[in-house]
Design a protein. Structure first.
Length: 181
């Protein structure tokens, strides 16, 4: 049985792959516990401390809005894959729920709600190829969000790092399921 990989290890790997030096405090703050329905109140993910207001820092807002746009596009891609391959519903429900929770958190911090404009690509007719495409997208965005987290601080860095770790783990899990079945 393959060895389980921790989120912290995945974040370090993603940061190194991105060519950036991510400080360990940013990585140790990575925690998406409690990110679920109804957690868009702006409270810290750990549930401790006082509620945080949406950021007013233009650089943080830009990073949060970019992440929101990327996750909205990814969510639309999951929907398109599920429409073409309904048999994947059970397999893709968990990742979609995580992305929805992250979108809620990003919006709570000021990440916006605008839907990015993009021309949808055709979903591959073979389910395995569609899943491989989702895996590649998750991996690419994990690196992008880890890089963005390294450039930020505070709540924005923690949320972006959490999203990056989640996406790296989703890619690993989807890859394992593809290899086993």
């Amino acid at each position: 049985m393959p060895e389980q990989v921790s989120r912290r290890t995945v974040m370090r790997s993603a940061a190194l792959a991105a060519g950036g030096a991510v400080a360990l405090p940013v990585l140790s703050a990575c925690d998406d516990a409690g990110l679920g329905a109804g957690r868009s109140t702006g409270t810290p993910a750990s549930g401790q401390g006082k509620a945080t207001e949406p950021t007013r820092d233009p650089a943080e807002l830009a990073a949060l809005r970019a992440a929101t746009g990327q996750l909205l596009l990814l969510s639309a891609r999951y929907a398109a894959v599920l429409k073409r391959h309904p048999a994947l519903r059970t397999r893709l429900t968990g990742p979609r729920a995580l992305h929805d929770a992250h979108l809620s958190r990003l919006r709570g911090l000021g990440g916006g709600t605008a839907v990015p404009k993009s021309t949808p690509r055709a979903v591959p007719p073979v389910a395995a190829k569609a899943v491989a495409e989702l895996i590649a997208t998750e991996q690419r965005l994990a690196v992008a969000h880890a890089t963005a987290a390294a450039e930020r601080s505070g709540q924005a860095a923690r949320v972006l790092a959490s999203i990056a770790a989640s996406q790296a783990q989703i890619a690993i899990a989807l890859g394992r399921k593809a290899a086993s079945g």
